[in-house]
Ligand binder design. Structure first.
Ligand SMILES: Cc1cc2nc3c(=O)[nH]c(=O)nc-3n(C[C@H](O)[C@H](O)[C@H](O)COP(=O)(O)O)c2cc1C
Length: 207
């Protein structure tokens, strides 16, 4: 057995705990959350602390850290105010725009305009979708759970409408090659899918 380096999160510097978390939970899917501010300006920001949390009804979660001064990011403010957001799957062709959209823009500037992306209308919610990506989930806020002493917000949204570009489908499934998603690693690193592996269960049934 190797001599593992051991860390007690209660004793280690906060930044180091973050480095261990984001270097270990990899690759993380990246979702662009589009929201509408009270000023009517569409906001877009990428999130990688993103996952599925329920199927019936469909729900996804995203964790929106506070800004270093403790204030809330525009996405969280908008979600709290309007109760709506759209999750847009980030894919390889738009990965650079995704990174650029995380720069700090004033609330009156839309990341859509700043990064040359096209907002298109949603069906059941007001925030627009990102035309340049193949999957959009329209979500209504279910709950914000505030975790730990810094009240780190975990946002849970119910998916009320789903859009998928037919070019990404193979029968009833989403075709991973056609989807070509991008994942976040640590630091400034991102990953594409690379080799895709397949191995069936003994009875051939899905789990
Ligand atoms: C790939 C990527 C993933 C990110 N994931 C998260 C995340 O999970 N949670 C978070 O709070 N910020 C995350 N960020 C940072 C936000 O996108 C960034 O703070 C953004 O400017 C917030 O915008 P807003 O103030 O318009 O909401 C991520 C940035 C990038 C580039």
């Amino acid at each position: 057995m190797p001599d593992y380096i051991e860390f007690d999160p209660a004793l280690v510097e906060k930044r180091q705990v973050y480095r261990l978390l984001v270097g270990s939970v990899v690759p993380r899917p990246i979702g662009w959350a589009s929201t509408l501010g009270r000023n009517g300006v569409p906001n877009l920001a990428p999130f990688s602390f993103f996952t599925v949390v329920c199927v019936i009804p469909p729900m996804i979660s995203l964790t929106i850290a506070r800004n270093p001064d403790g204030s809330e990011k525009h996405t969280l403010k908008n979600v709290r105010e309007t109760g709506e957001f759209c999750f847009n799957v980030v894919t390889h062709p738009v990965w650079r725009q995704m990174v650029d959209s995380a720069n700090a823009f004033p609330a009156d500037d839309s990341e859509f305009a700043e990064t040359g992306l096209t907002p298109i209308p949603s069906v059941k919610i007001k925030p627009p979708r990102v035309k340049e990506v193949p999957i959009h989930f329209e979500c209504r806020l279910h709950q914000v759970i505030e975790l730990g002493p810094n009240r780190h917000p975990l946002v849970i949204g119910e998916v009320v409408y789903m859009h998928v570009d037919p070019d990404c489908m193979a029968g009833q499934y989403i075709d991973m090659r056609k989807l070509d998603p991008i994942g976040r690693l640590n630091g400034f690193l991102y990953a594409t899918l690379g080799e895709i592996l397949e191995r069936k269960f003994d009875d051939g049934m899905p789990r």
